[in-house]
Design a protein around this ligand. Structure first.
Ligand code: HEC
Length: 91
């Protein structure tokens, strides 16, 4: 299962590299979000949830991506990502 996820992430990352970063707001933290949140799925997931997630919601979502989905995000980047999402894509 883990190998399958790794393979899928590899193809998703190579298929979408570059184009994904264009539409995210250009603020501090964008690089971390654009690279680490596009490994498994499109960054559309972020813009689609901007209307319903506040800071607490983003904290839970990012925690779920790390703990349940296995996103390889370290503690420092996690905080940068949550700040970016809450400030730019929070309701
Ligand atoms: C290891 C793979 C992986 C990574 C990396 C990842 N996600 Fe996800 N994400 C998933 C999966 C799997 C789902 C569930 C997809 C579905 O149900 O269609 C999901 C769903 C979501 C959803 C939909 C709401 C929900 O709670 O299911 C949002 C929003 C989201 N991810 C945001 C992010 C953000 C922000 C990041 C970067 C911090 C991120 N994801 C990184 C795997 C990942």
């Amino acid at each position: 299962m883990r190998i399958l996820i790794l393979l899928l992430s590899f193809f998703a990352a190579t298929a979408t590299a570059g184009e994904n970063q264009i539409f995210l707001k250009d603020r501090p933290g964008k690089t971390q979000v654009a690279t680490q949140c596009s490994i498994c799925h499109s960054l559309d997931y972020i813009t689609q949830h901007a209307a319903i997630l506040d800071r607490v919601g983003w904290e839970k979502t990012v925690g779920k991506m790390i703990n349940s989905m296995g996103a390889p995000i370290n503690g420092a980047d996690k905080q940068i990502i949550i700040d970016y999402l809450a400030q730019n894509y929070g309701k």
